[in-house]
Each structure stands twice: as structure tokens, then as C-alpha cells.
Design a protein around this ligand. Structure first.
Ligand code: CTP
Ligand code: MG
Length: 229
């Protein structure tokens, strides 16, 4: 039987680098919040069976229309990895995710993800034991700085990829990876899985799938999300 695909959206960050008066997932763009744009991508995708959003415990801002395929859980952790771990625990406790189902973890702040990239990830990694992530080969020449703003060396970009999300893993594997006592340095799900000695697939991502991180990212995100006439 083929696995169900469940999206898990960590949205419990505070957006420190973005520096607004509220978390960046609540920035309004063309009449909807960043988080609602992200949720709509998954809720309208034919291959996604269920979407779970994990908010901060004290979130007072989130509002959305009722949807039987959307679960809203106030269970954010101190780090992104902890938020995802809490979300997985709830999905298991409430019998929403079976151990063999696929979990697609996706940053709330990546609100311009093209739908076809989700399809590509499921097609390439949906049946893979090691799971897989969207990523893009590094295009620019890379420089290492020597502490000051001076170039110490040019680093080969050969074989280097920039990780994106969604990152897709079977529930049981992701639970095992995130049950490690020390999640320090775990900035994405793949890095936790890699610590088990497993090598997830790299699946071609999309340049439009940028993460709203700094204020200067906002104009491009607005352009990418503009309504089509
Ligand atoms: N996130 C989360 N729980 C945390 C930290 C982050 O759910 N404790 C989520 C964010 O809401 C975001 C995603 O993880 O959707 C990626 O994190 P990032 O872009 O770093 O967002 P913030 O942590 O909010 O931003 P910053 O690091 O600038 O504070
Ligand atoms: Mg962060």
C-alpha cells in the first residue's frame, strides 16, 4: 500500500532576523499572512493528505478557516528541531500519522514553494527508505573569509548543494532521528537523519522556494506571490 503524505509546518519561530513587531509568518502579503500562503500550497495539493501546523504555545495571532485536513497544534519548542519533534509526537499520539507514512517538513517562512516541486519530491523520494530533500546545486563561486572581511580562500562548489524544504521522511525514521538527546546543530531534518548514518536523496528544488529571513527578502516574496490576473 502506498504511504500517505502528511505535511508538518513548524511555525513557532519569533523571526528575530526579520525584526518586525510580530513573527514574520504573520506578515501580510496580498491579503493573506505568509503562514496562510504556505498552508494553502499544501491544503490545495492533490498528493498531500493532511497538513499539521505547529504554533508557539502562546500564539494569539493565528486564525484560519476550519478544514478537516488541517490540524493546528500549539506545541512549539525552543528550536526548530524541537518544534518538529513535538509535532511528530502529537501526530503519533493522535493516530494521525502511521509509522510508514511520509512526513514532509516545510518551513512556514518558505511561502513561495511551487506546487510542482512537492510533486517532484514525492515522485523521487516518496518510496525511498532514506527519504529526501529539495535542494539546489550551489551556483556562485564560494569564498571563505579569514575572520575579517578579507578572502582567505576560494572554496570549490563541486558537489555542494543548498538545502531547502520540504524534507520528506517516513514517520518512524524521522522520530528515530529526532529522538537523539542532543539536537544541537540540527538545523534541518536531513542532518538528524544523517547522524544515523543514513544518506537521504537530493531532489532538485526551485530558486523561487526562498525562505523569508531578512527584511530585504520581502520585495521578492511579494513579487513571487502577486496574484495572477
Ligand atoms: N521555527 C519553529 N520553532 C522554533 C524556531 C523556528 O517552528 N523554535 C520555524 C519558524 O517559524 C520557521 C522555520 O522554523 O517557519 C524556519 O526557521 P527560521 O527561518 O530560522 O525562523 P525564525 O527562527 O522565526 O527566525 P530567526 O532565526 O531569524 O529568529
Ligand atoms: Mg531560526
Amino acid at each position: 500500500m502506498s504511504r500517505r503524505n502528511i505535511a508538518l509546518i513548524p511555525a513557532a519561530g519569533s523571526g528575530t532576523r526579520f525584526g518586525a513587531d510580530k513573527p514574520k509568518q504573520y506578515l501580510e502579503i496580498h491579503g493573506k499572512t505568509v503562514l496562510q500562503h504556505t498552508l494553502d500550497i499544501f491544503l490545495s495539493h492533490p498528493q498531500i493528505h493532511y497538513t499539521a501546523v505547529i504554533l508557539a504555545a502562546d500564539d494569539r495571532i493565528f486564525q484560519t478557516a476550519a478544514n478537516s485536513r488541517l490540524g493546528i497544534f500549539r506545541a512549539g519548542g525552543a528550536s526548530r528541531a524541537e518544534t518538529v519533534r513535538n509535532g511528530l509526537r502529537i501526530l503519533a499520539e493522535q493516530n494521525i500519522a502511521a509509522p510508514c507514512d511520509n512526513i514532509l517538513v516545510h518551513d512556514a517562512a518558505r511561502c513561495c514553494l511551487p506546487r510542482e516541486a512537492i510533486g517532484r519530491l514525492i515522485a523521487c523520494a516518496g518510496e525511498a527508505e532514506a527519504g529526501g530533500i529539495l535542494a539546489l546545486p550551489v551556483a556562485d563561486t564560494l569564498k571563505r573569509s579569514g575572520g575579517t572581511n578579507r578572502i582567505a580562500a576560494t572554496v570549490s562548489r563541486n558537489g555542494l548543494w543548498q538545502a531547502q524544504t520540504p524534507q520528506l521522511f517516513q514517520t518512524a525514521l524521522l522520530e528515530r532521528a529526532l529522538s537523539a538527546p542532543d539536537l544541537d546543530g540540527i538545523t534541518d531534518e536531513a542532518s538528524a537523519v544523517e547522524r544515523l548514518g543514513i544518506r537521504p536523496l537530493l531532489v532538485e528544488g526551485d530558486a523561487r522556494n526562498l525562505k523569508l529571513t531578512l527584511p530585504q527578502d520581502e520585495p521578492l516574496v511579494r513579487l513571487l506571490l502577486r496574484p495572477t490576473p
